[in-house]
Design a protein around this ligand. Structure first.
Ligand SMILES: [Zn+2]
Ligand SMILES: [Zn+2]
Length: 134
């Protein structure tokens, strides 16, 4: 079982299954909501993910129509995102994991939004948008 928590530790969550890979998303929304060059997300099945403590501290924000991003209202840490179009699949912010989530990075995506002050030096695949899922 995987465990994660926000910075203030109010929100703690568990994931029963493995993540199916980590994507580093450079889209403008991830930049704005994380304050960083990109957001790192691991996708999991919604039915394997549960909030253990801090449900009351979770606040949702609709970052695009039908897509909710949940963050800790106390420390501001982004926790996970869920889209109405694909509610069975949740994007968990990998930086919150306590310990090694076991999987490795798959790709950098949405590089069409990358800022000039960040240089992507990687041997991972890079995509201008989100790649087609297999
Ligand atoms: Zn917190
Ligand atoms: Zn993004």
């Amino acid at each position: 079982m995987l465990k994660g928590s926000c910075h203030c530790k109010m929100v703690r969550f568990e994931i029963d299954d493995a993540m199916d890979g980590i994507f580093h998303c450079h889209c403008q929304t991830c930049q704005k909501l994380n304050g960083t060059s990109y957001g790192s997300t691991g996708f999991v099945s919604a039915d394997t993910f549960r909030i253990v403590t801090g449900q009351d501290s979770l606040t949702g924000y609709e970052s695009s129509p039908g897509k909710q991003r949940y963050f800790c209202a106390n420390c501001g840490a982004p926790i996970y995102a869920q889209a109405q179009t694909n509610p069975d699949r949740i994007g968990v912010r990998v930086g919150l994991m306590d310990g090694d989530p076991g999987v490795r990075s798959k790709a950098h995506i949405w590089l069409s939004h990358e800022k000039p002050w960040f240089e992507v030096l990687t041997e991972l695949p890079q995509f201008n948008e989100f790649p087609d899922q297999d």
